[in-house]
Design a binder for this molecule. Structure first.
Ligand code: F6P
Length: 357
């Protein structure tokens, strides 16, 4: 049996651990009867025919390694079927290279964009099995993605460290957590780090509610406040705009990102000193935590099972504590947002955390 592997989209903790899980389970079952090809730099490598044969030893010592040994890249799905200036028919090239490698199955690790292309390739007749990767935890069809829990540790640690300075100086801190479309990481790290205000893409904020909350904390003798804001948070006014209007509005926003804007708005409405912290890609970097190592290994072994059973066209997803096949057409193009009645949201509201609404 011959399989190919590629990692696509933003990197995160657990990519190597997951590939190791797939490989170890296949070597364990098939011994010398399995050949694995690593396709370099995501779909780009599949288009360009950039791949190499991997050996069992290539999967040793990578359980704890961050990033991806295969490299990755972002290829916008919208352009996958479009012939650009280079004149390359990308879908045709990917199919040809799959055939050239004589693959029985292609294993694809990625998030939302990656799954749209994976579904397209599956519909084009390739045998595909995918794995749910993203620190954003916003992939449909799985209760959790690998990378999320490790990024959560990092984001929580950032909030913890800022807390000490915020209390010592009596300052307001706005901490920007990754997540453009979904607020899972901000919600969980906000609660874990004891944030006072949490702003999510799913709950448009009213700046007046935020400053009222800060004022009420000041009156209670709490001179500091921690605001965890998701990269993709929007104001109530912005939530009413069309996509086009929103884009134009953000294009002329004087601040480099949402955290800076929220900070400016708070500073001009209150007498507080406000500081901004943007941990950025630190959240995606370094080794997977213990939880993600176990999760990645389970996902990897689960994907190997799908390959051995020829259950192609599926993602190995986690549902109710079990790794299960989830059809790619169900996953592709859907986003798993934080629902308004999510238990963690309700709990946060119960203990008085404000969502700025
Ligand atoms: O999807 C993962 C993610 O880290 C998002 O949280 C973030 O908005 C985005 O990727 C950043 O992308 P890039 O690494 O391309 O700047």
């Amino acid at each position: 049996m011959k399989i190919g592997m590629l990692t696509s989209g933003g990197d995160c903790q657990g990519l190597n651990a997951t590939m190791r899980g797939v490989a170890k389970a296949l070597y364990n079952k098939l011994g010398r009867n399995i050949e694995i090809y690593g396709i370099l730099d995501g779909y780009k490598g599949l288009i360009d025919g950039n791949f190499k044969k991997l050996r069992s030893r290539d999967f040793s010592g990578i359980l704890t390694r961050g990033g991806t040994i295969l490299g990755t890249s972002r290829k916008p799905f919208k352009k996958m079927t479009v012939i650009e200036e280079d004149g390359i028919d990308k879908v045709k090239a990917m199919k040809e290279n799959y055939k050239k490698m004589e693959l029985d199955c292609l294993v694809i690790l990625g998030g939302n964009g990656t799954h749209k292309t994976a579904n397209l390739l599956s519909q084009e007749g390739l045998n595909i099995v995918t794995l749910p990767k993203t620190i954003d935890n916003d992939l449909w069809g799985t209760d959790i993605t690998f990378g999320f829990n490790s990024a959560l540790d990092v984001a929580t640690d950032v909030i913890d460290r800022i807390h000490t300075t915020a209390t010592s100086h009596g300052r307001i801190f706005v901490i920007e957590i990754m997540g453009h479309k979904a607020g899972w990481l901000t919600l969980y790290s906000g609660v874990a780090g004891g944030a006072d205000i949490i702003l999510l893409p799913e709950i448009p904020y009213d700046i007046k509610k935020i400053t009222e909350e800060i004022d009420s904390r000041t009156k209670e003798g709490k001179g500091f406040s921690i605001i965890a804001v998701a990269e993709g948070a929007v104001s109530v006014e912005e939530s009413k705009m069309t996509k086009k209007e929103f884009k134009a509005h953000r294009a002329v926003m004087p601040q480099p990102s949402i955290a800076y804007r929220v900070a400016d708005e708070i500073a001009s409405a209150t007498n507080h000193e406000v500081r901004v912290v943007v941990p950025g890609h630190i959240q995606r970097g370094g080794a997977p935590n213990a939880y993600d190592r176990v999760l990645s290994t389970r996902f990897g072994a689960g994907a190997a099972e799908l390959i051995l059973n020829k259950q192609y066209g599926n993602m190995a997803g986690m549902q109710n504590g079990r790794v299960v096949p989830v059809p790619l057409e169900e996953v592709a193009g859907k986003l798993k947002n934080v629902p308004a009645d999510d238990e963690v949201i309700l709990t946060a509201r119960n203990i008085g955390i404000s969502f700025g609404d």
